[in-house]
Write a protein of this length. Sequence first.
Length: 254
Amino acid sequence: MPIAAWLVEQRGWRQALLELAVVLAILTIPLHALVLRRQPPRLDPARKGAPGGPGATLSAARRMPIFWALAVAFAVANFATTAVTLHLIPYMVAHGWAPVTMAAAIGWIGAMQLPGRLLFAAVSGRFGALGVTMAVLLAQAVGLGLVALAPSLPGGLVLMIVVLGAANGMGTLARATTLAQVFGPGHYASIGGAVALRANGARAAGPLGASLLYLALGGYRPVFWTLAGALVVMGAVVAVAAREARVAAGAPAA
């Protein structure tokens, strides 16, 4: 983001896009053409000894409340993440921050995803994937609250970068791990694809949706608080659905 902002200032947005496209092509096309391994042999998840057995099919998963709770939760999280990425800059610029500084802040949010992902395995092993998912939703809500408070809160921008960046990084792994843990590995691709379709659709709708919320609510702070509240609600919904799933499976509710 800081590099892109610098290129726009130096070259204009059209030339900046062309130069970024060239960099992307040089860095990625040879790697994909020459380095990626060939497709491995097709695995049979129903074979004897497969970890977790075949697991739930997509049609079976769709009949479970936990599937819809997770699908909607990840969609809301993606919507909120994209909304912040696109609308943080005009929000903070309106409060006197320089555009290049805010572009750097967006870049650091991305960079903070790495330590979040490094912590994920330890946290997930301690609390389980569903527990981490609920914690990530609440952490993203806290991050959005810090976005709303950042212009007037001392150190608010740094806190927002750390919390939101780490939570976003863990959220990427939480989705994959939670779906595999809840529904089993056998039909992971179809179940993960169904959830990803909704989550990525929400990501695409985030910029426009946040703009509509801005018009409806009359400012950015109400938008960020509304999204934070939605994430808290989704964390509670996932908790209730997870409890019901454990009861249905004969496991202790707590």
